[in-house]
Structures are given as C-alpha cells and as structure tokens.
Design a protein around this ligand. Structure first.
Ligand code: GTP
Ligand code: MG
Length: 416
C-alpha cells in the first residue's frame, strides 16, 4: 500500500512539473531542441560458448533494416556493422566453420540506435547498449587480479536488464543424462548465478540453441510450448535455479535460436553442433529478449508510481499529461535536475535517468494526450516535431508489446 511519504513526494514532484510547465507556457517557444534519447543498458551473462556473440549477430541481422510492419530498425556505427555482419556471414555459411569464441581483448560495447519513422524521416527514439565479452571471464582467474570480472559486475549493477544466457547444448546434455550437462548447471554457471542473485535489475533467462533442444524424451509431435514446459520443469527442479527464481525478479524464460530449426544438428556421439549442408537460416525469437525489456521497464515504473503516488497525484499527473509536447519534455527534465529527482527515485525504487523517466511518463500520458492533441493544434513547428517523435517512440513501444503478446500466446510456458 502507498505510504504517506510516497504520496507527499510524488505530489511534490507532480506539482513541480506543473509549475515549471505553466511558467514555460508564458515564454516564447525556443527552436526545436534535439530530442534526448532514452538509453537502456542490457548485459548478457553467460559462460564461454553459451551463444552470446552469435545471438547478437543474428539479432542485429534481423533488425537492421525496416521491413514489413515493424516501425523501427537498429542502427549501429559502421565498424560495429562490419564486425557483426562478418560474424553473421560466417555463422550462416554452411561451408564455413562456426566463428571462434570471443577473446578477452575483443570485449566490445555495441550501441544500437532504435530508429523510428517520424515527421522528419527516421529519428533515434531509444538507445540500446550491449556488452559482448569473453565468457571465460566468468569461468577462470585470468591473471588480471579479477579486473575483467569486477568490470562485468559493475556492468551488471548498472544494467536495466540482465539476460542470463543458458547454453541449450549443455541443457540438452543435462536432459539426456550426460554428466557434462549436470556439471554445467550445477557448477560451471555458479559464478554467473551468483552475479544475478546480487544484482537488482530484472533477469531474463534466455535458452540459446533452441533449435537443437529436442530429442530428450519429449512425446512425439510435442510442440514448442510442450517442449519448453518440459525443459522449464527440469531446469527449475535444480535448487540453484529455483533459488534464483525465489530471490530475484525473474520474469521470463525465452528460448531463442540464432540460426533456426533447420540449420544445424547436434551429434550426440561427438557432442558437436554441425551445420547442415542443406540448412535454411531462419532465426527464431531473437528479437524477443529486446522487445521484452522496455515494456517491462515501463510497467514496473507505472506500478511503482501508481502504488506509491495515490489517486490525488494521478489527477495532478493528468494535468501534466495534458500539456503540449513542447512543455512536457522540458518540464520533466527541469524537475529531474532538482532535488526532487532523488525523491522521485525513492518512489520508483531505482534511479531512472531523465530520459527514461520522460519516456515512462510520456507513455503513461498517451491515453490522455491523444484526446487533447486532436483538439489543440500545435502552435509551433518545434512542438509538432516533438509530438511526432513522441508518437514515433510510442509506436515502437507498442510494437514491442505486440511482439510480446504474440510470443506469449505461442509460448505461455515462457512466463515465470
Ligand atoms: N544450433 C545452434 N548453435 C548455436 C546457436 N548459437 C550458437 N551456437 C553454437 O554455439 C557456439 C558458441 O557461440 P558463441 O556465440 O560464439 O558463444 P559465446 O557465448 O559468444 O562464447 P564466448 O565468446 O567464448 O564467451 C557457436 O559457435 C555455435 O556452434 C544456435 O542458435 N543454434
Ligand atoms: Mg563471444
């Protein structure tokens, strides 16, 4: 239940936003500012061979061009594009061996701009940062006094979402009674589980190599959901994974295949994954972990805010939400540079950046704003541009949500 303090704090914040915005109403409009882009930091935790790099290359391949009804695409800087397409070429070419694992020195931060169509063409509406590092950091002492491990740990602390990458090949070994698979789940991933236990961002368990996770005794003709249900049951029978679920906010179990169901096969005799010469490259669900993060973040923000803010604040907020877009962004930013931002942080339970708070409030205000905007013609070009960007951003979030509805309808076992 909402506390008195929460209500007072949220009231103060909402009131200050209104006050700033009202003051701004009287001023002349400045020229259209560069619209700040909210940034979301994602870390994929997984030991060597889990499939982190191949997943990233496949994800970028799927999303780097605007196609069909998807209102966005991912843009990366040229050097990153070249690197990721090099990985993808090697992965998708059946004549070539799989790419080598990432060396410690090859650790790289990728920044993707999520570009959405707005009035002036494509504009960045969300920035996603993703660290690709050598999984061996999580497995052995590297002779660097633990520097790489500490760096990864602080990365996890700052992350908005952690993807816990579980190696599908090892899980298949576990399910078929191979002691190597048990050692993976019981011992090898312990350091990674430890990091997830102490972090505070939500965890998405990602089951990699979903294409080969079959033939472990599931009934003939078992569909994807039945297969996932069985894998999930077996995984959470292990105390260390169940323990993680008990203490942390784990939202989903997402099976992904970076190559698709008809590309490779697992050879039980050698334990190797071989590419099929007649294979078809058709990645499965790779965009889902990304699509899940932002709507979940906004949902948590809304729940925390509504729980702690109370009805009177909501009516205050509604007033803010009816402001014109030009006043709106500036009003939120102004408030957040004041001590009130710390108070807002207390209400929502974690430090959100200015842009993310703006995105969240903007999202919450959508139902109210749309009505108002039909009647209120924007006074300036700058306002129209801001409104167009806010709409483009909203369309992207909506598309993420739609992706999640479709995915959950197909795989209800993915919800934990
Ligand atoms: N069948 C199948 N195999 C995959 C898939 N993703 C990865 N693999 C296999 O797993 C191997 C390791 O994948 P990487 O992406 O290099 O693993 P990583 O987590 O980046 O490992 P490090 O860089 O050592 O930390 C690949 O070379 C492939 O053989 C997948 O979706 N399906
Ligand atoms: Mg790698």
């Amino acid at each position: 239940m909402g506390t008195g303090l929460g209500i007072i704090v949220a009231l103060a914040v909402a009131g200050a936003i209104v006050a700033v915005a009202v003051r701004r109403r009287g001023r002349r409009q400045p020229p259209a500012p560069d619209v700040p882009v909210p940034a979301v930091q994602v870390v994929a935790l997984g030991i060597s061979g889990a499939g982190k790099t191949v997943f990233l290359a496949s994800l970028f391949h799927e999303l780097h061009v605007p196609i069909d009804d998807r209102p966005y695409f991912l843009r990366a800087e040229a050097a990153d594009r070249v690197r990721l397409s090099g990985v993808l070429r090697q992965v998708s070419d059946a004549r070539q061996p799989w790419p080598a694992g990432t060396a410690v020195a090859q650790t790289r931060r990728y920044t993707f701009d999520c570009m959405a169509r707005a009035m002036d063409g494509w504009v960045p509406v969300l920035r996603i940062s993703y660290l690709d590092y050598a999984g061996e950091v999580l497995e052995e002492a590297l002779g660097d006094d633990g520097a790489a491990l500490r760096e990864l740990e602080s990365e996890v602390d700052r992350a908005d979402a952690v993807l816990g990458m579980l190696d599908g090949r090892q899980i298949l070994r576990y399910l078929t009674g191979d002691p190597g698979g048990t050692a993976y789940l019981v011992a090898a991933i312990q350091p990674m589980i430890g990091m997830m236990v102490t972090g505070r961002s939500p965890i998405y368990l990602v089951l990699t190599k979903w294409d080969i996770l079959r033939g472990f005794g599931e009934p003939d003709g078992a569909d994807d959901n039945a297969r996932l249900e069985l894998v999930r049951h077996a995984l959470f029978a292990l105390p260390q994974l169940q323990g993680l679920v008990d203490v942390r906010n784990i939202v989903r179990l997402i099976p992904v295949s970076a190559v698709g169901p008809e590309f490779a096969r697992f050879d039980p005799a050698t334990g190797r994954i071989d590419k099929r010469q007649d294979g078809r490259f058709r990645p499965q669900h790779v965009e889902v972990p990304l699509a899940a993060v932002v709507p979940d973040l906004l949902k948590r923000f809304r729940q925390a805010f509504e729980r702690d803010a109370g009805a009177s604040v909501n009516s205050q907020l509604r007033r803010v939400m009816r402001l014109s877009p030009g006043e709106w962004g500036g009003a939120v930013a102004d408030v957040l540079t004041k001590p009130a931002s710390a108070a807002l942080g207390a209400v929502i339970g974690r430090p959100f950046g200015t842009e993310l708070v703006t995105l969240a409030l903007e999202w919450m205000s959508r139902p109210y704003r749309e009505k108002g905007e039909q009647v209120a013609a924007f006074r300036t070009e700058a306002e129209r541009r801001l409104a167009a960007v806010a709409d483009a951003r909203g369309n992207v979030v909506e598309h993420f949500q739609k992706t999640m509805y479709v995915f959950e309808a197909k795989l209800p076992a993915s919800r934990l």
